[in-house]
Design a protein around this ligand. Structure first.
Ligand SMILES: [Zn+2]
Length: 392
């Protein structure tokens, strides 16, 4: 077995244990698709490295009789992990323990798109603040991961166009962050991180085939297929924001016309909400302003706003219906700033999928909003950093 193949096998096993807890060899084989012999040799090597231990499963109650099964358990390393979430206009850094419990979190508002170096420096400062708040030192950090809102080429680790992060095109964020922290940093696209966050800590914990949709200023999909993130040949799968909508003609930042995200984005929805809300609440002081917009969850409780949001969901659902036909997922989880709208958005997506996807595929998929309160990406970075620290 080549070393890179061996490493992939090890990552797969560690990920399954991190997600499902203690497992028997047979369960590990079933969940990872690896042969019993591949599991046996990997478990031996990982146990020698101190990452795994074979233990006898505890009694499960008065009715538990007979021989108790031997299970493989992940040995948590001491130390903490650092997770960074770069958004369109904010950065969050968080410190978590190696079981994924958040210990401290620091955020700052910043125009991330146009100031990459300042954004990377701010992330470093926020990490220092979070570390101090959690009462730990940089020497205790065992893994670091960051999510960025743009397509990342996995062959070169470089940000590709088209992207919200115009000034980041050609930049290697993993290299930049590693230099600042003096440690390796795993970097991935934010929608992929969001999918991982949902898979490990959120609405998709027991689901191995689902789509996580990050709908904010742009729209990206994190594809989790067969329990693993699907990134495509060069890492930029899931750029669904640039799917052409029939009849739409708005110019998109990618140079095409009529892309999904020229019609459905947090910017477009807030613009439409500003149009309908004054009519409903002529003296409403909570009217959206650029300085302090009310949350979409609050706005979505008003009937006129809910209609606007459901309509955006229907348009998003047109594109997702094709993906449902193609991939037959068990769930679609709606995240990002638009996902915060909750049920009115999910309702629109559901309507279009029921109308345009094949009935059997439409019946198989559940549409829900994320329950992680816009922390899917941050928690995905936590899960990635934990895996990185387990692999060492
Ligand atoms: Zn486009």
């Amino acid at each position: 077995m080549t070393s890179s193949r061996r490493q992939r096998t090890h990552e797969h096993i560690l990920q399954a244990l991190a997600q499902h807890g203690d497992l028997t060899r047979a369960e590990l084989s079933r969940l990872t698709g690896l042969s019993r012999s591949a599991i046996a040799s990997a478990v031996t090597l990982l146990s020698d490295e101190g990452l795994l231990a074979e233990e006898t499963a505890g009694p499960t109650g008065p009715s538990a009789r007979g021989r108790r099964p031997t299970v493989i358990a992940l040995r948590r390393r001491p130390g903490v992990v650092l997770a960074i979430d770069f958004g369109h206009s904010h950065i969050t850094a968080a410190i978590a323990d190696t079981s994924g419990t958040l210990l401290a979190e620091c955020s700052a508002a910043l125009d991330v798109d146009s100031q990459p170096q300042q954004a990377l420096d701010t992330a470093t400062e926020l990490a220092g603040h979070a570390l101090a708040r959690a009462g730990h030192t940089s020497g205790e950090i065992t893994g670091i991961a960051a999510g960025i809102p743009g397509p990342l080429d996995i062959r070169t680790q470089v940000v590709r166009a088209p992207t919200i992060l115009r000034e980041w095109i050609g930049l290697n964020p993993a290299e930049e962050l590693s230099r600042r922290f003096g440690k390796p940093v795993a970097v991935a696209n934010d929608a992929d991180m969001g999918g991982r966050g949902e898979h490990t800590f959120g609405a998709a914990r027991s689901i191995d085939d689902f789509l996580y949709i990050k709908a904010s200023h742009g729209i990206g999909a994190g594809l989790v297929l067969g329990g693993r993130t699907y990134r495509g040949s060069s890492g930029i799968a899931g750029e669904i924001g640039h799917t052409h909508l029939e009849g739409a003609t708005n110019l998109c930042r990618c140079g095409n016309r009529g892309c999904l995200e020229t019609v459905v984005s947090i910017t477009e929805v807030r613009r439409e909400l500003a149009h309908v809300l004054p009519t409903e609440h002529p003296t409403d002081q909570a009217r959206p302003t650029a300085a302090d917009p009310p949350s979409l969850a609050d706005l979505a409780t008003r009937p006129a706003a809910a209609r606007v949001i459901t309509d955006a969901g229907r348009t998003l659902g047109l594109v997702l219906a094709d993906l449902v036909n193609c991939l037959n997922p068990a769930a679609i989880i709606l995240g990002g700033e638009l996902g915060e709208a909750g049920e009115p958005l999910a309702e629109g997506v559901r309507e279009s999928i029921n109308r345009y996807a094949q009935p059997a595929s439409a019946k198989a998929v559940t549409i829900t909003a994320s329950t992680l309160q816009q922390r899917s990406e941050l928690l995905g970075a936590v899960a990635t950093a934990i895996q990185q620290s387990a692999i060492g």
